[in-house]
Design a protein around this ligand. Sequence first.
Ligand SMILES: Cc1cc2nc3c(=O)[nH]c(=O)nc-3n(C[C@H](O)[C@H](O)[C@H](O)COP(=O)(O)OP(=O)(O)OC[C@H]3O[C@@H](n4cnc5c(N)ncnc54)[C@H](O)[C@@H]3O)c2cc1C
Ligand SMILES: *[C@@H]1O[C@H](CO)[C@@H](O)[C@H](O)[C@H]1NC(C)=O
Length: 425
Amino acid sequence: MRLKIHRGLMSAAGKDGWISGSLESVPKETAEAVVIGAGVVGLAVARELAAKAGREVIVVESAPTFGSGSSSRNSEVIHAGIYYPPNSLKASFCARGRHLLYEYCRHHRIPHKQIGKLIVATRPSEIPKLSELMSRGVENGVEGLRMMDGQEAMRVEPELYCTKALLSPVSGIIDSHSFMLSLLGEAESHGAIFSYNTTVIGGKYEGGRLQLYVCDSKSLRNWDRQSALKPDLILCPRIVVNSAGLGALPLSKRIHGLDDRIVPTPYFARGCYFTLSNVKSPPFQHLIYPIPEDGGLGVHVTLDLNGQVKFGPNVEWIDGTDDISNFLNQFDYSVAGDGANRFYPEIRKYYPHLDDGSLEPGYAGIRPKLTGPMQIPSDFIVQGEKIHGIPGFVNLFGIESPGLTASMAIAEHVVAKIMNESHKK
Ligand SMILES: Cc1cc2nc3c(=O)[nH]c(=O)nc-3n(C[C@H](O)[C@H](O)[C@H](O)COP(=O)(O)OP(=O)(O)OC[C@H]3O[C@@H](n4cnc5c(N)ncnc54)[C@H](O)[C@@H]3O)c2cc1C
Ligand SMILES: *[C@@H]1O[C@H](CO)[C@@H](O)[C@H](O)[C@H]1NC(C)=O
């Protein structure tokens, strides 16, 4: 089955861009399972549904291709699972996801490397925080954690300055594009259909059926923002997974019949990266992380598999765009060159020999957050029927870091949840 996108149906007047008028004339199509968003999480869910659970899957993605959202704008680190509160979804999905991911990478020859990570205290006053991280990591079951004194760590990493370090040997890096390509291939070879340039703009739950309003992304991009939006197609699936990343919350708010009160307020935090230029070889062998800061893990050192060194991401709280721009991923991803001025002092705390002028603007990503500045970080949210009362529907909210590491565990959990809840009937 091919998703048919019918054009030329945008018409009639409406106020705030919300769908108005009759939808009688809009073509309807049934489907077994629809996954919204082809980021790493949507791809992992599609693979799990198609390859493991044998479902007929349609993946609807607003962009021209897969993985162009947060999934290609991150540190590409396979996280160990140290930081998260014990028993949180982040902790358990990170641990399980890391095992699944390493296994998958080995089996499918995805470029990756378990290079290990050092979390460093650069002042004596940071040492208690490092000890807290150690106990938390141990509680979360992270293997092989070990404290090093400053001397030892600086012997291992001659360019590093620190007073104490926590070594996490199971942390690593991955070529996330190859990983996504492999998930995509597996999903497709089990019959999953990918409909790119296709945006879900809302929906309705009525009479026990969920309907998704689907639009051609190109017409949405050209939409004058005044005339009413009318979907090109209405999809009526039995299973829907909302893995729309930064678009997941605004989309949920646009599903009539879903209780608004269970949809949290979205917050957005941009993170910028700078790359290291003018170096013959990377100054570090391990990932180097400072003590975490509010909203992120601190401006850290990441190495990619080509030996490029990047620093980042910082935390810049931004206002979201309007919903439609949000679905179309029309965020400001530019990295201002003068931002480097704030990076130098941060980085020199642990890398004192960083040369002036060696940082070049890299790229930026945006974290889909569920709490704002200075608030306690929230956990991933996975909402199924038990919470919103809609059978076969799962919302994924706040899938920020470690979402890449956790992706296969999230997929496993989501699909098991759907199968479980549908068996109970
Ligand atoms: C700066 C930064 C650094 C990070 N570093 C790491 C790291 O080192 N390790 C790690 O494990 N994790 C990391 N993460 C987290 C990780 O990148 C994300 O958790 C993960 O990529 C989320 O994947 P996703 O599929 O949920 O979202 P996305 O990749 O954003 O995919 C969502 C997709 O949905 C599409 N979409 C949106 N709305 C609609 C709609 N209405 N209709 C159709 N399609 C829609 C979008 O176009 C997009 O392709 C980082 C994140 C950021 C931002
Ligand atoms: C999606 O849209 C882009 C840009 O408009 C276009 O170049 C591309 O061919 C389209 N892809 C598909 C699969 O329709």
